[in-house]
Design a protein around this ligand. Structure first.
Ligand SMILES: O[C@H]1[C@H](O)[C@@H](O)[C@H](O)[C@@H](O)[C@H]1O
Length: 651
């Protein structure tokens, strides 16, 4: 074969191979199979020439080695199929993630001010915090239906509309009832955005970038949480109405997203499914920068036609549950979201200010600012996840992350255990009968006193030792001070007298702090983003919105479950008990992921269904390694054994 022919051959080959693996029908007993063609590795193994130069249509210096050639082809291909538009589209969509993070993060700081200004009872505080998450859980489920009916774009517009209206209602609320209405509206936006945005980004992205771009959405979530902690810190200095600014600021990104989406296109996959094929073609070539989209278009169209041919009766969720591959995908998707929340991320984040207080940060404001460091760490390590996802793949990243999460949770628990075992004693018991009769004064150690939500530990400390300490009831109006005694007036507390609510002074705080940092470093790159990313790609088109709706619903439901039970858990099992429990959940999660999660990196969305044809808990073994390895793909009960040679023969 002449050099020129080789050039031509391999430039075409690299284009199609690097796009992912190709779906081919093979006439083998009427069965259909996914045939994995060799990707870049096969280009080099066959000694190809300058694919990159040919693809660009310009002569280039001959690459010095096959490795250079492979890299050149890959780069050229990625330049060609990655026009800037897809980044713009992902960034505007991910504003939904930012609002998700901002609205869930900002409430803790806003609540400190709200409870003082509106005189909120503990019940109202709880209702205001959890109502948003509960509304999100329900609307995520509803979002599945809306997505199928109106498309992704309309749903994102709807979500940003809810965010904006909710923000306005919250910032102008005259009282707690209107605040509740605002929180519910925001919750509806949250639920819809959390299930739609990953799907929209996944459907618009080319396969080699899909993981990265969907993970950017989680990066925006953690960015929103970080911004919220800064805003909370900044506005906490305002004597009045600081919470109005905190809650109202979310209107800005919501409006930007709404306006942006008036101009952004609908997902081409949804358009094809709806039979709007001309429009779908236009959108696809707009997103792909006028590349040749025929192959991608045909592949989406074929998979939709096949799905239609195969029929299927009843509501989508029923069809998903009665068809093995989608049932397995649903189990994997919901399981991932469940284990994400059961690993205690929101408890750890929420608790970070207290952990810092344990380490000796006495000033409340400073603790709030420093807690921002935890959200920053979460953000930075999610960035690492964005970088890693297309390099190491989803499966390895999630597995590595959950092992680290499990170990660091154990370290946190050990830190709390040491703290409990070296709990300072209560040395001062009041003699006044009315004071002495309170439950709090019966505790002999700080640990049980701190675990009782009605009590706090009031102590005096000099440089080297803990002086007189007592356990006293907390002020009903504010947990920042005691109901009576030395710690009952924060502004009058002098002589190194401190009020510890929710924590005990300890010399083991460094262990807890180390656990916190390691936890965030392990959780954020994998367990934080991967459940969202993987869910956006594991369902076939007909089941995608329903699958994502269910998984997002599971995420929000376990979110609320874990946050609402934490304090009770701590009360009955102590802090270390609670963290050991989260750690064992993470361990369970590891086995689940190890057994059930296949690698989806680099595959077209239309091809992923086949990965779930395997029996559950053996599907993790699919190994692509750039097309070099032998692969077994079982389709509808038949085994196809493909080697490199088989694969290249088909091409
Ligand atoms: O993936 C996100 C993220 O990692 C957040 O930090 C967390 O607060 C959310 O609950 C979670 O779903």
């Amino acid at each position: 074969m002449s050099r020129k022919q080789l050039d031509h051959d391999y430039s075409l080959r690299s284009m199609s191979n690097l796009m992912g693996e190709r779906r081919k029908k093979v006439s083998d007993g009427g069965e259909r199979s996914l045939i994995k063609t060799p990707s870049s590795a096969s280009i080099s193994s066959q000694g190809a020439s300058s694919a990159g130069a040919t693809a660009a249509g310009a002569p280039a210096a001959p690459p010095s080695s096959t490795g250079d050639l492979e890299r050149a082809a890959r780069k050229q291909f990625q330049r060609d199929v990655t026009p800037g538009f897809v980044y713009v589209l992902a960034a505007f969509s991910a504003l939904g993630g930012f609002l998700f993070g901002y609205d869930t993060g900002v409430i803790s700081g806003a609540m400190l001010l709200l409870k003082r200004e509106l005189d909120l009872s503990a019940l109202w505080q709880e209702v205001l915090i959890s109502s948003t998450v509960a509304a999100a859980a329900l609307s995520a489920l509803l979002g599945g239906f809306l997505n199928g009916l109106f498309g992704r774009r309309v749903c994102i517009l709807l979500a940003s509309f809810f965010f904006a209206v909710g923000g306005v209602v919250l910032s102008t609320a005259p009282g707690k009832e209107v605040l509740l209405a605002g929180r519910l509206i925001v919750g509806v936006g949250l639920g819809i955005a959390s299930m739609t945005v990953p799907v929209y980004i996944a459907e618009a992205s080319p396969p080699h970038l899909r993981g990265q771009l969907v993970t950017v959405n989680t990066l925006f979530i953690t960015g929103g949480q970080f911004t919220a902690s800064l805003v909370d810190g900044a506005f906490s200095y305002l004597q009045r109405d600081g919470w109005r600014y905190m809650l109202g600021l979310s209107v800005l990104p919501a409006v930007v997203q709404f306006v942006g989406f008036l101009f952004l296109p609908e997902s081409p996959r949804w358009l094809i499914q709806r039979g709007l094929t001309q429009k779908a073609r236009r959108v696809l070539s707009q997103i792909r920068g006028n590349q040749n989209i025929d192959e991608e278009y045909d592949s989406i169209k074929n998979s939709i036609d096949e799905e239609e041919d195969s029929g299927g009766e009843g509501p989508v969720i029923w069809r998903m549950l009665t068809y093995a591959p989608t049932r397995r995908a649903l189990l994997v998707g919901c399981g991932l979201q469940m284990f994400q929340q059961l690993s205690g991320i929101n408890t750890v984040m929420y608790y970070s200010a207290t952990i810092l207080q344990m380490s000796g940060v006495r000033d409340d404001r400073l603790a709030i600012w420093l807690a921002g460091l935890a959200t920053l760490t979460n953000f930075l390590f999610t960035l690492l996840g964005v970088w890693l996802v297309e390099r190491v793949g989803r499966r390895k990243l999630t597995l590595g992350s959950i092992i680290g999460t499990c170990l660091s949770l154990s370290l946190l628990a050990i830190g709390f255990l040491m703290t409990a075992q070296h709990s300072p004693p209560v040395t001062f018991h009041p003699s006044n009968p009315s004071m002495a009769n309170s439950t709090c004064s019966k505790y002999q150690l700080c640990e049980p006193c701190m675990l009782d939500p009605g009590c706090g530990f009031c102590y005096r400390e000099n440089v080297s030792a803990l002086l007189a300490s007592s356990c006293v009831p907390v002020d009903k109006a504010s947990t920042e001070q005691a109901a009576w005694g030395r710690c009952s007036n924060t502004s009058l507390m002098r002589d190194q007298t401190y009020w510890a609510y929710n924590y005990c002074p300890t010399s083991y705080s460094w262990l807890v702090l180390l656990g916190l940092v390691l936890y965030l470093a392990a959780f954020a790159p994998g367990m934080g983003p991967m459940p969202w990313t993987i869910n956006s790609e594991i369902y076939p088109l007909w089941a995608r919105s329903t699958g994502n709706a269910c998984a997002a619903g599971v995420n929000w439901t376990f979110n609320i479950l874990v946050s609402l039970t934490f304090l009770h858990l701590a009360q009955y099992f102590t802090y270390y008990g609670a963290f050991f429990l989260y750690s064992s959940m993470a361990l369970l999660g590891f086995f689940f992921i190890y057994g059930c999660l296949p690698e989806t990196k680099g595959r077209r969305l239309e091809e992923i269904e086949a990965l779930f044809q395997n029996q559950l808990c053996s599907c993790g073994a699919s190994d692509s390694d750039e097309g070099r390895q032998v692969e077994y793909i079982r389709v509808k009960g038949s085994n196809y054994h493909l080697s490199d040679n088989d694969a290249s023969d088909v091409d």
